[in-house]
Write a protein that binds this ligand. Structure first.
Ligand code: ATP
Ligand code: MG
Length: 312
């Protein structure tokens, strides 16, 4: 890689919100309404601090201390939890809800996987610093002197473990430690300058994220496998369309929750494996049938749970 890194080298395709495609993807994430709403608010006030000020002007004219605490929160949010639970899908599309709520343009900057570096000494640090520099520059252009930003940025670090794993880890190479430091420095610089940027980290292993990074998180969102209600929310409509009745859907909700000690299905097990498998099994010359669905579920195993680096 050459010395001069362009913004296109550092980030995957940037996406501007509002965006109809993202809105549709976001709407299709069901059963996680609370996380959606809360994350939209948290990111909303980070990329548009003028929002809460306008709100206070209307409802709490004297609330300057409480508002100050809100504004001083670090611009970092962590989405942590099991595989296939919607962390990536939500973080890539929530910008649409933020843009609509705050009535400003929001752009997603997804840190490129290539940016994680080739492992050469100094590489990760250099790339991370360059990514934060580029974001800072773009954000400064958005910040107006009046305080109301003309737009906001979501800086997304998906699969963050490699970038921000704990510096305490014994096997950790010196270079990786420098990478974590570059990340912390980047977040602190954004906070100091009060720029309209929110950093979102996604990880399977919260425990592996450096404590100094965790401490900087304004909020940590925990993602878990879907419970009965959430699995029903995902499969009810598609199975009804395929001709299943309520009792049959109840049965499938129960079966996909895991029998005996088995773990239940993840969201992605339902959407990317089970539903397509039911169709492909029947295609091209039979309709989808309940009895066959039960056989398929018995034969299909849920994705193993992800626990601190080991699939169990
Ligand atoms: N709440 C949900 N409702 C409907 N579908 C969902 C939901 N969560 C996840 N999915 C489906 O599962 C797929 C995988 O989700 P996603 O990639 O966001 O998981 P993840 O939490 O990032 O997993 P990993 O930790 O393995 O990266 C999504 O594309 C979507 O089809
Ligand atoms: Mg993911």
């Amino acid at each position: 890689m050459s010395d001069s890194l362009s913004i296109d080298d550092l980030f995957d395709r940037r996406l501007d919100f509002p965006d109809m495609g993202a809105a549709r993807r976001l709407a299709r994430l069901v059963g996680i309404d609370e996380a959606k709403t809360r994350l939209t608010k948290v990111l909303g006030v980070l990329v548009n601090p003028a929002g809460p000020r306008e709100w206070a002007e209307k409802h709490h004219k004297d609330a300057s201390i409480a508002l100050d605490y809100l504004e001083r929160r670090p611009p970092l949010v962590i989405l942590a939890g099991d595989v296939g639970t919607g962390k990536t899908a939500l973080s890539e599309t929530v910008g649409d809800a933020v843009a609509r709520q705050e009535k400003i343009g929001v752009t997603l900057y997804p840190l490129s996987l290539a940016t994680r570096g080739s492992g050469k000494v100094g590489e990760m640090t250099r790339l991370l610093s360059a990514a934060f520099d580029a974001t800072l520059l773009a954000a400064e252009k958005l910040k107006r002197s009046s305080g109301k930003a003309s737009g906001g940025i979501i800086f997304l670090v998906d699969e963050a473990d490699a970038v921000t794993q704990s510096r305490e880890s014994a096997q950790m190479h010196h270079e990786d430690r420098a990478g974590v430091n570059a990340f912390i420095r980047g977040v602190d610089r954004l906070a100091e300058k009060q720029l309209p940027v929110a950093v979102v980290l996604c990880t399977n292993r919260l425990s592996a994220i450096d404590p100094a990074v965790q401490r900087r998180a304004a909020e940590i969102f925990d993602f878990d496998r879907p419970g009965d209600k959430q699995r029903r929310a995902v499969i009810e409509d598609p199975l009804t369309e395929l001709g299943f009745d309520k009792t049959q859907i109840d049965h499938i909700v129960k079966l996909t929750g895991g029998e005996k000690d088995a773990v239940g299905y993840t969201f992605s097990d339902l959407t990317q494996r089970l539903l397509p498998t039911l169709i492909l099994d029947a295609y091209p010359d039979r309709p989808v049938r309940f009895e066959r669905a039960v056989e398929i579920i018995h034969a299909m195993k849920a994705t193993p749970r992800f626990r601190d680096g080991k699939a169990t």
